[in-house]
Design a protein around this ligand. Structure first.
Ligand SMILES: Nc1ncnc2c1ncn2[C@@H]1O[C@H](COP(=O)(O)OP(=O)(O)OP(=O)(O)O)[C@@H](O)[C@H]1O
Length: 245
């Protein structure tokens, strides 16, 4: 039995004459962190938007747990266990960290009629993500690096099976990124399928078991960190931008 939770098959997205995503097939598996990397403008966020239903593909399909969700609304995909964070933080800045989580829990419970205790779940996730010390502070008062973790914790309140993270380490200190890497590994260890878009290549190389590389919209490589690090096409794509870690 396959442990693939999320799959794109031949996804293409065109904006007018510009092909932002070009016939891309990738897979995200349960219990692992899968990387999605590529230079600026490679099409990573557009692919995320297509997977979550914010962007309609020109062609190709998206499967969640083997079910074709290409035409499903974003909220229906969320109910099937898909959650994401955004490159530009999308939090309630004037609410406390705790209340940001509670709001997500309330909405999820209303949408799914789940019966779990939201306060207990909030406390559990604050603890798991290392946010207990800032739980009662407004999000606007905490450093960006920790606010990124709040976004992850909030996404976890919907009890996802697949979590898409769009540049979650941006704005984090080295220490925060170290802790964040540990958190990702723990979440994957509990069975979550994580897809990580990130420019911090050392982080990607450290936590991902498999990495997909986009360049100018096309998939130029898929493989283990070791294979990706030594792939001539990947090295060529990064020359002049960043070094492959
Ligand atoms: N709504 C849109 N309309 C037109 N072009 C777009 C739109 N969204 C993205 N693009 C273009 O599609 C290409 C892919 O953009 P995208 O944001 O997906 O790349 P990315 O890999 O996420 O980049 P970054 O690492 O800088 O976030 C870029 O050339 C971008 O300018």
């Amino acid at each position: 039995m396959s442990d693939t939770l999320l799959e794109t098959r031949g996804v293409t997205v065109r904006f007018g004459g510009h092909t932002a995503v070009d016939d891309v097939s990738i897979a995200v598996t349960a219990g692992a962190v899968t990387g999605l990397i590529g230079p600026n403008g490679a099409g990573k966020t557009t692919l995320f938007n297509t997977v979550t239903g914010l962007q309609k593909p020109t062609s190709g399909q998206v499967f969640l747990d083997g079910v074709d969700v290409t035409r499903a609304a974003p909220y229906k995909r969320a109910r099937r266990g898909l959650a994401r964070t955004f490159q530009r933080l999308e939090l309630f800045l004037s609410l406390s960290v705790r209340d940001n989580l509670r709001v997500a829990g309330d909405m999820h419970r209303t949408a799914t009629r789940a019966r779990h205790d939201i306060d207990a779940e909030t406390d559990r996730l604050l603890e798991l993500t290392g946010l207990t010390d800032v739980a009662d502070r407004d999000v606007s008062d905490i450093p960006t690096g920790r606010a990124r973790v709040v976004e992850v914790a909030r996404a976890l309140m919907t009890r996802p099976r697949v979590l898409l993270l769009d540049e979650p380490a941006s704005g984090q200190t080295e220490r925060e990124t170290d802790d964040f890497a540990d958190l990702l590994c723990r979440l994957a260890g509990d069975g979550l399928g994580i897809c990580l878009v990130e420019h911090d290549l050392p982080l990607v190389m450290r936590v991902c078991s498999r990495i997909h590389v986009l360049d100018y919209g096309a998939l130029i490589a898929s493989g283990s960190p070791e294979q990706i690090r030594n792939d001539p096409a990947v090295i060529a794509a990064y020359i002049g931008t960043e070094e492959v870690a």
